[in-house]
Structure formats: C-alpha cells, structure tokens
Ligand binder design. Sequence first.
Ligand code: PLP
Length: 409
Amino acid sequence: MRSSLDPYRIREEFPILRQKVRGGKPLVYLDNAATSQKPQVVIDSLTRFYSEDNASVHRGVHALSERATLAYEEARRSVQRFIHAAEAREVVFVRGCTEAINLVAQTFGRQRLQAGDEILLTEMEHHSNILPWQMVCAEKGARIRVVPINGRGELDMEAYARMLHDRVKLVAVTHVSNVLGTINPVREMIAMAHERGIPALIDGAQAVPHMPVDVQELDCDFYAFSGHKMFGPTGIGALYGKAALLEAMPPYQGGGSMISLVTFDRSTYAPIPQKFEAGTPNAADAVGLHATIEYLEGIGMEAVAEYEHELLEYATHTLERVQGVRLIGTAREKASVISFEMEGVHPHDIGTILDQEGVAVRVGHHCCQPLMSRLGVPATVRASFAIYNTREDVDRLADSLARVREVFG
Ligand code: PLP
C-alpha cells in the first residue's frame, strides 16, 4: 500500500524547489540532511513577525513586547507538544543541535565529570556530538569511549552492554546517523543505561524531521535538535532536558534575561528554561519554528515516516542497480539517507557532475571523520531525502550517475 502523502502537492508549498539551475535543469534537492528547504507558511511567519510583532521578549511592558513574548512562549509550547515533553520549561531554545550539546557538556558535563570518568559515544557520531565531550573531558581528565558498529552500520549492542559500567557518567548517541541513515535502538539503549543509573543524551538532529519523537516514551534525559533540518529557520533549535536535571545544572552563559537578582558580588538565576537563555533570544526564528511544527503536524509525522520509508526502499533498489555503485550503510532500520561510493571515481567528481545535471547531493566526510576512518573511505556521496522528494528525483539521480559512468568509463 502506498503512503497517503502527496509529495507533488507538498513540493508546491516550497518556492525554492520551483527553480531551474545549471542552464535550465529542474532542481533536484537531495541535501536535506545538511539543511532542508522552507515552506511558504514558514517564510510568511517570519515576515509577519517582523512586520507586526517584533520586539524584545520578556523585558518590555508595551504592546509589541507583550505580543512577541506570547508568540515566543507559544513556540516553546509547540516544541513541547511536538516532542511530547511533560512541561514547556523542559524546552530550552538554542541556536541548534550543536549549541544544545555544548550546553549540556559545559554545564552538566563540567559539573559531573571527574578524572577517570567516561562518556560513551558511538562510531557514527557527528563532530557536534564528539568535540563538546572532548573539550570537557580534556578539562576534567575524563575520557571518551566509543561503541563500535558492524559492517551494516548498526551498533554492536553486545559491546555497548559490556561498556556500560560504573565509570560511565553519560551516554551520548545519535538517534539517526547522518551518514549511514541507521536508526539506533535508542529506547533500549537508554533503558540499559538507566539500569546502571547513567543518564543519556540523544542527538536528534536527523530524527526529528523524519519520524515521530516522544521524549517521555524514550525516557531520554536530554534530546537535542535543529530547526533548519526540519523545514524551519536557521539559528533556532531546542534542547529538551528533564526538569530535575536542568534545575540542578549551572547556567551556560551569563547575561540579560537569565537572572533573578544581580549585584557585583554575586547573582541569582532565573528558573528554567530562562536560566539557559542569556541575552535577547531569537524570537523570530522561534516563531518560525512554531509555524514549521504546525506545518508538520498538519501532514502527520507517521505519514512522513511512512512516505520516506517507501522512498528510501525505492531509492535503495534503484541505486543498487547502477553499475559500480556501492551503498554504505545497510542497517535493517534506516531513515531516508543513502551514502554511497562509485568504483574508480572520487566522490567530489561525482558531486560535481551531479550538480551539472541539477542534482544537489553532499560529498565529503559529513562532519563524521572518525566514521570515515572506520569505514576506510575518505568521503562518501550522500543523497538525503525529505517529504518533497519524489521517485522522479530518485530516477534523475540514477540517470545522472549513469552520466558519471559515461564520463569516467
Ligand atoms: N548531529 C547530527 C547527526 C547532524 O547531522 C548534525 C548536522 O549535520 C548536527 C548534529 C549538528 O546540527 P547543527 O549544525 O544544526 O547544529
């Protein structure tokens, strides 16, 4: 049975996709794991905010400030609803997933880590879920340990079970790999960590745009994601944290909005989430994120996941038949990301020829250099799909790869 989602109707809502590139070729945008395009309703929400409501939130007594504050806090409630958090104060607005993880590393990490402690990551982590931990580990004399993957790009769960011991102070794992597409069994991993009293942070950058996420059902302690990968504005994202943990954490940055009382000797802090939102917040993009969430709720995340799964299967079968293509990442549970290489052709050359055909893919290490080392490749070509991609897009990709074969023989 085919999914009920109509990608052709959805495409019409994304003005950027109407354009032609490289001498009149219709654009095929397959770089959604890097950033997604924006529907008109999201673009309009930004224009409306700046045209009608723009003011500094939380601090003003005037009409505009009151409206902007209301819109900003409504946006927070929309995130709460979307990820099924228990309370709106468990949602901290940040610039994106990277800032969310840095926030946890610099507050929770610095507070809790001691020499000899360990943080468990996996071989498929994005640099955003490596560097923040490396920095705090260097400061505290703690160390990173890495859960290995198998040849399909799935986590070795037996190794994970063995590595969970008393020195581990946090498990930080990606929900979906941005290179392999693997959907990790995070619910099970969190439960296993919790059995030993170890908290878990989930990097949801590649999950939230593609499937329903329920942080209470997952029982994760922290969940991080970016707005721009889920059809929302750039520069806004969210950190979910369980209220008790957020309350016990020291602030991340100091400044306006995050205080209760300030003297030159000492200060007290605002309650969560304001404690973590120093400075004038990015209210406009929070409002844009709210519009994005309503847009996705209108489609339904179950429908999104179902449609993208069908498209992934079609793309996998199609690309497997292209001569010389080797897929990288064949996990049994996968989201709509396909990495591959082509015998005898450098990924950058593939990317350049595809671009000439109007097909936008990503080539490189995808901010996963340790994963590239593990896979023994310098780079991959990555096609990542979203709700506006169609089977025709997949066919255009395959035809363009045939063109690469012609050029390189
Ligand atoms: N984690 C994963 C798995 C990602 O794919 C990305 C972005 O590519 C990030 C984290 C970082 O997201 P951002 O650059 O929006 O902060």
